[in-house]
Design a binder for this molecule. Structure first.
Ligand code: ADP
Length: 326
């Protein structure tokens, strides 16, 4: 295999705190290994429009602590089409980029997988998403920061919930995955989490009302994972108004505050390790793998496995939440 000389780097999809730390790590590890690095702006869109700049070590100075991504990110519809990907490949050739590092979530890695199947270019993915919904890695970049943001927000809402004796449904992100809702609920001492993973197994609202709510408390906080399956916090509140009108219900949707802010130490360290590992992987002739972390060890996860929607929640956590909310 021809030796890699120049690595292209992009961030794509939803931004996540820690993406910048990963950009810094990929850039510096590449330069350390005598590779050229080019920053591709606005995700796959930059590959199509040719918005690309050579990166030196100082392009990534002073960003380890910043949320968002200095490379910007975008959702690019053209990349879903073969024509768009053809243009992207031509850009890579023109720029002399012979390997790609893609930092993003499940959609971005799905795009990377298709691109790598069509064109002969080694691609390594780095899981950057607050949702923690990529398979084959214990955690993803941004998840810990988002969890901390949720915890702090819920702490504040609890003051109102308990002063007014209300039932609060707080909707958190997660894109059909309940990791943020479940762990956010445990961290903030919430009474329950309503998550899509067990939707068909139990009526979580009924269980909450019957077993827990207001037995010994004057307020309740329930974290609801955003999802078409659960109907989100609004869906829950509507149901309570109809079925249990005796409760004073309120809804808070945390929204984009969950994606912002300075990354936690855990996310910075994870992003730094994963970014450096992406370059190691390319130097070892790996291709079409996502960098994962399992039991604190870096692993390579084939794209096909990483994007399979089968990451399971830890059911012991559900039980712990139930026990602690009596
Ligand atoms: P995330 O990476 O956060 O899951 P998206 O799902 O929006 O975010 O995906 C980001 C981008 O990745 C899309 O805008 C598109 O350019 C590309 N992408 C996603 N899925 C595919 C796909 N199946 N084929 C080609 N490109 C895709």
């Amino acid at each position: 295999m021809a030796k890699i000389k120049c690595v292209g780097l992009l961030t794509s999809g939803g931004d996540a705190p820690g993406m910048n730390a990963a950009v810094r790590a990929v850039t510096r590890a590449a330069i350390y290994n005598s590779l050229e690095v080019k920053g591709i702006y606005r995700g796959y869109r930059g590959l199509i429009t040719g918005e690309i700049l050579p990166f030196k070590t100082n392009n990534v100075s002073n960003i380890v602590q910043q949320g968002g991504t200095i490379l910007k990110t975008a959702r690019c519809l053209e990349f879903h089409e073969p024509e768009g990907r053809k243009t992207a490949y031509k850009t890579l050739q023109k720029e002399g980029i012979d390997a790609l590092v893609v930092i993003g979530g499940d959609g971005s890695l799905s795009g990377a997988r298709i691109f790598a199947q069509e064109y002969n270019i080694p691609i390594v993915g780095v899981p950057g998403t607050i949702d923690n919904d990529l398979n084959g890695t214990d955690t993803t970049i941004g998840y810990d920061t988002a969890l901390n943001t949720i915890m702090q927000a819920v702490d504040k809402i609890r003051d109102t919930a308990s002063s007014h004796e209300r039932l609060f449904f707080i909707e958190v992100m997660g894109r059909d995955a309940g990791f943020l809702a479940l762990n956010g609920a445990i961290a903030s001492g919430a009474e329950a989490a309503i998550i899509p993973e067990i939707w068909t197994e139990v009526d979580q609202l009924e269980e909450l009302i019957k077993t827990g709510f207001r037995k010994s408390k004057n307020s309740s906080i329930v974290l609801v994972a955003e999802s078409e399956i659960t109907g989100g916090a609004m869906g829950m509140a509507e149901r309570v108004k109809k079925e249990y009108p005796q409760y004073d219900v309120r809804v808070t949707i945390l929204g984009h505050i969950q994606r912002g802010g300075s990354p936690t130490a855990s996310d910075r360290i994870l992003a730094s390790r994963m970014g450096a590992a992406a370059i190691d992987a390319l130097m070892e002739d790996q291709r079409n793998v996502m960098i994962g972390i399992q039991d604190d060890e870096i692993v390579y996860v084939p794209f096909s496995k990483a994007i399979k929607k089968e990451k399971t929640i830890n059911r012991d956590l559900l039980n712990t939440l139930r026990i602690l909310s009596i």
